[in-house]
Design a protein around this ligand. Structure first.
Ligand SMILES: Nc1nc2c([nH]c(=O)n2[C@H]2C[C@H](O)[C@@H](COP(=O)(O)OP(=O)(O)OP(=O)(O)O)O2)c(=O)[nH]1
Length: 315
């Protein structure tokens, strides 16, 4: 495989009803038949924005205003490495038509995941439709009410996905805390993933977050596909196993040195992106990160950031 990275720029073109435009790759091309976000390769001397304006004019006959970045996904295919840099587009002139014979479809966001797309597009769809912050709950301390109030505060601050992490807590107390948290998450339309306990996840109807050691021991998905499944990963083997098992997303870290692991150097964003390109799983970066790091995370192909204290609102 070539070491050169092909830079591809593509658009999430959204109409006023929130539907997104997909195009079908024509026969005879790489990845033929799959649906993609319209766009193409950047040519020498072009900025990403210029390339996108040119591609959308050539392919669809529309003149666009390029909006903010969504995510840039490094992805390795068997014969090439690419970085798929995706921008929002909500304003354009003209009516999109398939000028190169490609089929087009305006797709409601909740149906995007049912279209067959290239591997690099899975993190793009996840970035568009799923939370960019993943709360990992802190130790509950002595006061269960205060911990459950913390869950409510986190939901009120906009958290929509959380890992209920309760290691070392006695079983019946853990069941009460999980039941209280799951109920609050449901009421807020948020996803709750029970940490490390498949039985409790099944009993509460919640999702499951696997520790790396549990992940390694599993040969099949421990929950039905309609329940969220995630895993904590630290290297490529673990990420690949999480993908094979059908995890919906992974955590990868520690990204930066953290107070809890002061001597550990941290992966850094360059290494994060290198690991990210080998799987198409959505991945949150964790370790010394907070909401201010989300843009940087997205620039390196992350779904966003995961954190304990940085996402736990002060009482
Ligand atoms: N436009 C676009 N390309 C994508 C997406 N996802 C994805 O993996 N790609 C890949 C497919 C191609 O390898 C590359 C885009 O290049 P292209 O569409 O301009 O190239 P092509 O296949 O016509 O030309 P070639 O590879 O045969 O030289 O990026 C996506 O959502 N949109």
């Amino acid at each position: 495989m070539s070491d050169d990275v092909v830079e591809v720029i593509a658009a999430v073109i959204t109409d006023p009803g929130g539907r997104v435009l997909l195009a079908r790759r024509t026969e005879g091309r790489d990845l033929a038949g799959l649906w993609e976000f319209p766009g193409g390769k950047r040519e020498p001397g072009e900025s990403p924005e210029q390339a996108l304006v040119r591609e959308l004019d050539e392919e669809l006959g529309i003149q666009v205003e390029v909006g903010p970045p969504l995510i840039a996904v490094p992805q390795a295919y068997p014969h090439r490495r690419l970085c798929l840099d995706v921008r929002h587009v909500t304003a354009w002139r003209g009516t999109p038509r398939g000028h190169e014979g490609q089929a087009l479809a305006w797709v409601p966001q909740h149906r995007l995941a049912s279209y067959a797309m290239p591997p690099a597009d899975r993190p793009v769809v996840a970035a568009l439709t799923r939370p960019d912050r993943y709360l990992v709950t802190p130790e509950p301390g002595a006061d269960d009410g205060a911990w459950l109030q913390g869950i409510e505060n986190a939901l009120a601050s906009g958290i929509r996905r959380m890992h209920l992490r309760l290691p070392g807590i006695e079983r019946s107390r853990r069941e009460r805390l999980v039941a209280g948290a799951v109920k609050r998450c449901r009421a807020a339309g948020a996803e709750a993933l029970v940490g490390a306990d498949p039985e409790l996840a099944r009993a509460t109807g919640a999702g499951l977050h696997l520790r790396a050691a549990q992940l390694a021991a599993l040969g099949e998905r421990p929950l039905p596909v309609d329940r969220p499944l995630a895993a904590s990963c630290h290297d490529l083997d673990e990420l690949r196993h999480a993908e094979r098992l059908g995890c919906d997303f992974a955590l990868l870290g520690p990204l930066a040195p953290t107070p809890t692991h002061p001597g550990a150097p941290g992966l850094g964003w360059t290494r994060f992106a290198t690991l990210r390109e080998a799987v198409s799983l959505p991945i949150y970066a964790i370790g010394g990160l907070g909401p201010d790091d989300i843009l940087e995370a997205r620039r390196h192909g992350a779904q966003g950031i995961a954190a304990i204290r940085a996402l736990w609102p002060a009482p």
